[in-house]
Design a protein around this ligand. Structure first.
Ligand code: 4GX
Length: 246
């Protein structure tokens, strides 16, 4: 059974445009994942299709009306055998990260509720939303980009989404460390050479150089990640050697 992502949004074309390129498109075509959208505008009752209104209590901005969102969620055809989970995107949510990916991957069907304006009427959040997530401490215009960020990060960890040559197991955060630097041809450009060891063909030396770079970069750029890890004697040696070189 394929993993399903449904996005409830006033701008489905944003979601569809991203769905239709690269590895995400391939994963949809091969039915490994399914990405569909539902537009609360289609559930508006007024003849002009209104989905927002002024906030009770006054103040600036508009609020997405509960009715259309509620009816859109109620009208969603879901598979009884699939476990579903409704996500609300907002700066008030818990910050999305690698460990959230593992817990959200337990659900078969994720439904992303994307707010525009000042957000959705709180009664929807209280009664129809299972968890609230933020992609970081900054404000974007709507929940669509945050939903796409989460869907992309979740999908690429699923079996058969990335090509075999692009294993997500090797990625940063799986090891708890930042990635090592990458080089490709030409061997020299504008007088800048590729590190000698990568041209040596010595796979043991290459692996230990890469580990050393990962450890060193993590120490310099994200020391809080290293503090959570227990380093082997070999790792400590590599890190000390990195700090001598840099
Ligand atoms: N991570 N935004 C949602 C509208 C809104 C306002 C209040 C709910 C409550 C964001 C983020 C984010 C801006 C998306 C406000 N929705 N979402 N939008 N950062 O900034 O997820």
């Amino acid at each position: 059974m394929s993993k399903r992502f449904t996005v409830l949004t006033l701008f489905p074309e944003l979601i569809n445009a991203y769905r239709d390129v690269g590895v995400i498109r391939k994963a949809c075509e091969s039915n490994v994942i399914e990405i569909d959208t539902i537009n609360p505008r289609d559930y508006a009752q007024s003849s002009n299709g209104r989905v927002d209104d002024t906030p009770y209590g006054g103040g600036p901005g508009m609020v997405m009306t509960a009715g259309p969102v509620y009816r859109a969620l109620a009208g969603l055809k879901t598979d009884k055998a699939q476990t579903r989970h409704v996500i609300y995107l907002s700066p008030q949510g818990k910050t999305f990260n690698h460990s959230a990916i593992n817990s959200l991957n337990h659900y078969d069907h994720l439904i992303f509720l994307c707010g525009r304006y000042e957000g959705v009427d709180e009664r929807i959040v209280l009664n129809s939303v299972d968890s609230e997530w933020s992609i970081g401490d900054y404000v974007v215009t709507g929940g669509e980009l945050p939903a796409l960020v989460m869907i992309d990060a979740l999908a690429r960890t699923l079996p058969n989404v990335l090509g075999s040559e692009l294993s997500s197991i090797e990625d940063s955060f799986h090891s708890g460390l930042l990635d090592y630097p990458h080089y490709t041809r030409p061997a020299e450009i504008e007088g800048h050479a590729v590190p000698e060891v990568l041209m040596s063909g010595d796979h043991g030396m290459i692996a230990s150089w890469r580990r050393k770079q990962s450890l060193g970069r993590t120490y310099l750029r994200r020391p809080e990640l290293l503090e959570k890890m227990s380093l082997s004697d070999e790792d400590i040696m590599l890190l000390e050697s990195f700090l001598e070189d840099n």
